[in-house]
Design a protein around this ligand. Structure first.
Ligand SMILES: Nc1nc2c(c(=O)[nH]1)N[C@H]1C(S)=C(S)[C@@H](COP(=O)(O)OP(=O)(O)OC[C@H]3O[C@@H](n4cnc5c(=O)[nH]c(N)nc54)[C@H](O)[C@@H]3O)O[C@H]1N2
Ligand SMILES: Nc1nc2c(c(=O)[nH]1)N[C@H]1C(S)=C(S)[C@@H](COP(=O)(O)OP(=O)(O)OC[C@H]3O[C@@H](n4cnc5c(=O)[nH]c(N)nc54)[C@H](O)[C@@H]3O)O[C@H]1N2
Ligand SMILES: [Mo]
Length: 766
């Protein structure tokens, strides 16, 4: 890469140190993590404030919720259950560095475009609102009131509210979320795309169809009592590190732990749990796996169906292989599913899963010997064309043995952002149900639009064709996180106005509309003081626990506003005749919670219940065997087995994933410790035989050409090919850099999720 190249994004810090790759033999977490934490604290000059903040994180009373992943807090509420990546995440927000007005005066936007994404965020926290000045190509300071007036004028001038789109990244609190969707709907649009559209849309739709609730049913206690745990398509050691604690506990009590992943990730090895100080001191590691199955990318449905087929075969001689009472009482469509399994040939299951019949049967034996089975999954399952079908197959398999509605069992998706699940619960949904809208209308006295709005991929298309003219990003980094970096950039640049509510400088501030605003907000760790005093907010974790989060740190700048205050400011400027008490809501968030209690199912008595030490759990009807489906039962599905093996021999399937040292588009370093890689992100991991077949040697520079469904091609040049243990025909590399290769139109017809784990590529020597 040459220095003057305009960055299309994602890069970590510039480094002149030689890259390297070695096998990783150490346990996950443990001392490697501790050392890495120390380095991060040092780099961000947070050696004393960092550890003090950690002690307040995830604490049952008066702490703030870790803004990292959505894994729930320990059920006893007492363990100091921290993880390396949560610490990195918090420290990143608490940096003493600042991106103030002097910084913006020194650098034009054109110059900043050449910076790496690491360098952009590393400038530090944003301190005051800024507006883009086209005459000088600089961002210049602007007052808060002027930003609201500008946005209000622009939104009021649109011909239709549907010409604006309001994106959410899953960082927003429940209270901010509720106000945000209220503002959008009172204004008149359901254009509420969110990061979930790229993440767990498939899970939500599949669980909704099968069980009548779009969420997992298992909680942490179930993780503590399961006899078998299947984990599909999650890199837990990096992305949900606190799962390691659950896995090592499970191993010690003799549970079976099956990892299903094309790569043998660190969580499929052994771990040293960080809060177990004795183990840390003695370097005592606990295994976190009993079986690893290296499925072909996209081959999970075939594997799951193979397990079901084997269990059904077993049931011919052993009636206890199935839970017949459960099937009879609680399910619909079993006979059709049984037939589909019987009709699918082992040869097809082997070819599509990339596994042998013997391996599949091994997993089936574990499944049928366990009385309590839990299945967990993340993006390896969802970011495919057939993501919905695969999640439904997970449910099919669970139903066969009644693994639902009882302890130690059930579906348990690992969600992404710390409050992405809460955002959906509180109304971020471009396809709201009529019941939701009716209740909102009554509780808030508004007349919300009924037609469905735009999601992420449709917002990109609408910005490009000019039908969306205003983009508001409530958190996140849309320019980089969304598919097809070039197309997304084209869309954002075509907008009349782009507004980004952010904590740090990022690519989405540089890829902007004709007018552009940066609105800096408080972070989760910071004190939010309003007229009624210090405010707390609530969040919902992956397992439906809703609890309070309260920041105590002095805000990064006195000019920051909270997200609710920013939303209220925009709403008042946009809706001058609004009857919604925006000011009163911001003065005291209890008032927001009071209206949420009326508008949202399951939130009655919200203010009181959320103040319980560990919060409260949202009711999961499916957990109680109440299925809000058309049949009133849990529904089996009978999807066709998808063909995931490319017909052309030279095509590889590329999956894009996170390194250990990044948080989505925030990149902390160029290392990926558990995969043994140092100082390199522009890489593609390949099977050694696939490299040999293309005359590519370890570390060679290659070009990667992706071919979209419409035949169009996208290229990334000068990536380094590295050997990695994975099925032939597969390859892997990092998001967000590789979003350049994901065609904007290549999204699942089932979930509308971009195919970020299923890109057809050809790799050639550079
Ligand atoms: N530290 C940290 N934590 C995070 C994040 C972060 O960036 N950094 N991001 C958060 C967010 S928003 C999310 S959504 C989650 C993401 O959490 P993950 O889903 O773990 O994210 P990825 O890094 O995309 O990893 C995908 C995993 O699926 C595997 N995989 C790929 N294709 C397939 C397939 O076809 N089948 C199977 N079985 N496996 C496959 C990959 O090898 C990899 O292990 O993590 C959250 N937590
Ligand atoms: N190729 C490929 N692309 C992917 C994925 C993939 O696996 N492969 N994964 C997809 C997934 S699962 C997701 S969730 C998306 C992530 O998409 P996003 O959520 O849009 O992206 P993030 O990188 O998490 O956003 C980081 C920015 O959030 C801002 N921020 C941080 N904290 C706060 C806060 O408290 N408030 C506000 N307002 N802003 C804050 C900071 O300015 C920071 O720059 O990416 C998707 N993109
Ligand atoms: Mo995500």
């Amino acid at each position: 890469m040459t220095d003057d190249k305009v960055n299309d994004g994602g890069d970590g810090p510039e480094t002149h140190t030689q890259w390297s790759q070695q096998d990783y033999h150490h346990p996950s977490a443990g001392w490697g993590a501790a050392i890495s934490v120390a380095q991060v604290l040092g780099r961000q000059h947070a050696v004393t404030s960092g550890p003090r903040a950690m002690l307040r994180m995830n604490h049952e009373n008066g702490g703030f919720d870790c803004p990292g992943c959505a894994w729930p807090d320990a059920t006893d509420g007492l363990k100091l259950d921290l993880c390396e990546n949560g610490v990195k995440h918090v420290v990143w927000e608490m940096t003493p560095k600042r991106a103030g007005r002097e910084f913006f005066a020194e650098h034009t936007v054109t110059e900043l475009e050449t910076w790496t994404d690491f360098a952009l965020e590393d400038v530090g926290r944003l301190t005051e609102p800024m507006v883009y000045d086209a005459a000088t190509d600089h961002y210049v300071p602007i007052s808060w009131q002027a930003t609201f007036d500008l946005i209000g004028a622009q939104l009021r001038a649109l011909e239709s509210p549907n010409q604006a789109s309001f994106y959410t990244s899953g960082r927003l609190s429940n209270e901010a979320t509720f106000l945000y969707q209220l503002m959008a709907r009172e204004y008149g649009t359901n254009n509420l795309p969110d990061c979930s559209n790229m993440c767990h849309e498939a899970s939500g739709r599949a669980l909704q169809a099968a069980l009548g609730t779009g969420k997992g049913t298992a909680d942490l206690r179930d993780w503590e009592t399961a006899e078998a745990i299947f984990i599909l398509g999650v890199n837990a050691a990096s992305n949900a590190p606190r799962m390691l604690t659950a896995l090592s506990d499970a191993y010690r009590r003799g549970a079976q732990i099956v990892h299903i992943n094309p790569l043998v990730e660190a969580a499929a090895g052994r771990t040293i749990v960080p809060h177990e100080f004795v183990d840390m001191a003695l370097f005592k590691a606990t295994p976190t796996s009993t079986l690893n199955l290296q499925v072909r990318v996209g081959g999970d449905l075939a594997l799951l169906r193979g397990i079901a087929k084997a269990v059904l075969e077993e049931a011919r001689t052993d009636r206890k292989a199935l839970d017949e009472v459960f099937l009879e009482r609680h399910t619909d469509g079993f006979a059709a599913y049984q037939k589909v399994c019987e009709d699918t040939e082992w040869a097809d299951l082997e070819r599509q899963s990339g596994l042998t019949e013997a391996d599949i049967r091994r997993a089936a034996t574990i499944y049928s010997q366990s009385r309590r089975t839990l299945v967990s999954w993340c993006l390896g399952v969802t970011q495919h064309e057939h993501g919905v079908d695969t999640v439904r197959e997970i449910v099919n398999l669970l139903l066969l043995r009644g693994n639902l509605g009882r302890e130690g069992a059930g579906p348990s998706p690992v969600r992404g952002h710390s409050n992405v699940q809460g955002n959906r619960t509180c109304g971020i949904n471009h396809r709201p149900s009529p019941e939701f809208l009716d209740r909102l209308a009554t509780a808030c006295g508004i007349d919300p639009p009924r037609e469905h709005g735009l999601d992420t991929v449709r917002t990109i298309a609408a910005m490009r064709d000019g039908s969306v003219k205003v983009f508001v990003g409530m958190g996140g980094n849309f320019a980089l996180a969304a598919p097809d970096t070039a197309a997304t950039g084209e869309g954002l640049r075509a907008c009349e106005l782009t507004v980004q509510v952010s904590t740090k400088l990022n690519r989405s501030h540089l890829v902007h509309g004709r007018q552009a605003l940066i609105l800096p907000c408080l972070g989760r760790t910071e004190a939010d003081v309003q007229a009624a005093g210090p405010q707390s907010v609530s969040v919902e974790d992956s397992m439906s626990m809703v609890h309070l989060s309260i920041g105590r740190k002095r805000p990064a700048s006195p000019h920051l506003l909270s997200e609710p205050a920013i939303i209220a400011g925009i709403a008042q400027a946009t809706l001058p005749r609004s009857q919604t008490p925006w000011t009163a809501y911001v003065e005291d968030y209890d008032r927001i919670r009071d209206v949420m209690a009326k508008a949202l199912d399951g939130f009655q008595d919200f203010n009181r219940r959320v103040r319980h030490p560990l919060g409260f759990r949202l009711r999961q009807p499916a957990r109680e065997l109440v299925f809000l489906t058309p049949s009133g039962r849990a529904e089996f599905s009978t999807a066709d087995l998808p063909d995931v093996v490319p017909a052309e021999g030279d095509v590889l399937i590329l999956q894009t994933m996170r390194s250990h040292d990044q948080w989505n588009t925030t990149i902390y370093s160029d290392n990926d410790r558990y995969r043994g890689v140092k100082n390199l992100r522009t890489l593609i991991l390949m099977n050694p035989d696939d490299m040999r077949a293309r005359s590519i040697k370890q570390g060679d520079l290659v070009d990667i050409t992706a071919t979209a469904r419409d035949g169009s091609t996208r290229v990334l040049r000068e990536y380094r090919a590295l050997r990695y243990d994975m099925p032939r025909g597969n390859s892997a590399g990092y998001m967000p850099e590789m979003n350049v290769l994901v065609a904007a139109n290549d999204y699942s017809t089932q979930s509308d999720q971009p195919l970020m784990k299923n890109i057809r590529i050809r790799v050639t020597p550079h």
